[in-house]
Write a protein that binds this ligand. Structure first.
Ligand code: NAP
Length: 320
């Protein structure tokens, strides 16, 4: 029998980045895991970005665990295909779809209204929709696209749904971030990425850093209210999103990229496992909490954490 990696070895592996984020890290760590996850029978799970990549495979796996699954996407046609395929692969027919464009806060508000009207309980909210944009663009509402899609929409949707999550306690919020966030510090005074030359990967990493800060803030706010919040990153997985937005990276690393199922494993584990209900505010990869910073230069000032919350409230025209 192979010996599974010790936590210390795993931490060292994580520091190598390449060994950790690729399918090599996944294969080494998987040896520690016992097969099978608890059933999600009776749990309503809302997952955004369910039409492609990680969200699509996470949805199918949670459907096979018995969840009442609510798939959120921006394309009605793609949602219908996902629903049909998941139903035929798992036999689960408790599958609902909701259409929303996460770059548009009006659409995100409509989504929250529809979910609150349609779902008496929400046990798990998975904020997975996201994208990396090579060029700076603004939405009709005047928000920079990376910020709107990857951070502001998650802030707005989650806060609007928190009352329903609390009513459904014990409940979970899961934010799909990125290991790219290790490279950046949050820039509260430039959330719209206006200063200097726009670089898609940097804007994306800052938004993903923001998601991790929000996760910690939600964990603090919701402590003792029966709702835990976790962030995770999937490593590097071969998805349509990576192939389109990072074609050169995709080409060079393809043999070492994780499958979407491998990248999505920790999303499903955070939704279903007993362990994930016992902590809050952590950042996970491959079923273990990981450091939130690797570099001193990315650590934000305490005032910036509060500042981020206030700035997002201002942009979303909310008072959470
Ligand atoms: N794959 C990786 O290696 C990796 C690494 C780090 C982090 N992530 C994160 O993992 C998450 C999933 O990414 P992926 O790799 O699976 O990418 P993907 O295949 O492109 O899937 C992204 C999902 O988000 C949806 N989406 C994008 N923009 C949207 C919008 N404006 N409104 C509504 N839905 C929108 C997409 O919808 P459509 O199907 O309509 O396009 C799709 O369902 C993202 O948050 C990403 O940042 C991925």
């Amino acid at each position: 029998m192979e010996t599974p990696p010790t936590p210390r070895f795993d931490d060292l592996l994580d520091r190598t980045v390449i060994g950790s984020f690729t399918n090599v890290g996944y294969a080494i760590r998987k040896r520690r895991w016992v097969d099978g996850l608890p059933s999600l029978d009776g749990k309503t799970v809302v997952i955004t970005g369910a039409t492609s990549g990680l969200g699509r495979v996470a949805a199918e796996r949670m459907a096979s665990l018995g969840a009442a699954l609510r798939l959120v996407g921006r394309s009605e046609a793609k949602l219908e295909i996902a629903r049909r395929e998941i139903n035929s692969a798992t036999g689960n027919d408790d599958l609902g779809v909701y259409v929303a464009d996460h770059s548009d806060m009006g659409s995100v508000r409509d989504l929250a209204d529809a979910l609150l009207a349609g779902e008496p309980a929400i046990d798990v909210l998975i904020n997975n929709a996201g994208a990396l944009f090579p060029n700076r663009a603004e939405t009709a509402e005047g928000n920079e696209l990376t910020l709107a899609t990857n951070l502001l929409s998650h802030f707005l949707l989650t806060n609007l749904l928190i009352p329903r999550l609390e009513d459904s306690a014990p409940a979970r919020i899961i934010n799909v971030s990125s290991g790219g966030m290790y490279t950046q510090r949050i820039r509260v005074r430039d959330l719209q990425n206006k200063r200097g030359e726009y670089k898609g990967s940097i804007a994306y990493a800052r938004a993903k850093r923001g998601q991790v800060i929000l996760t910690e803030l939600w964990a603090e706010k919701l402590a003792d209210r029966g709702v835990v919040a976790h962030a995770m990153h999937p490593g590097w997985a071969d998805t349509p999103g990576v192939e389109t937005s990072l074609p050169m990276f995709h080409k060079l690393t393809k043999p070492f990229l994780r499958t979407p199922e491998q990248g999505a494993d920790t999303i499903v584990w955070l939704a279903a496992s007993k362990e994930a209900a016992e902590s809050s505010g952590l950042f996970w990869l491959d079923r273990r909490p990981r450091p939130i910073h690797r570099l001193k230069t990315t650590v934000e000032a305490h005032a910036d954490r509060r500042g981020l919350w206030e700035a997002l409230n201002e942009l979303a025209h909310t008072g959470f």
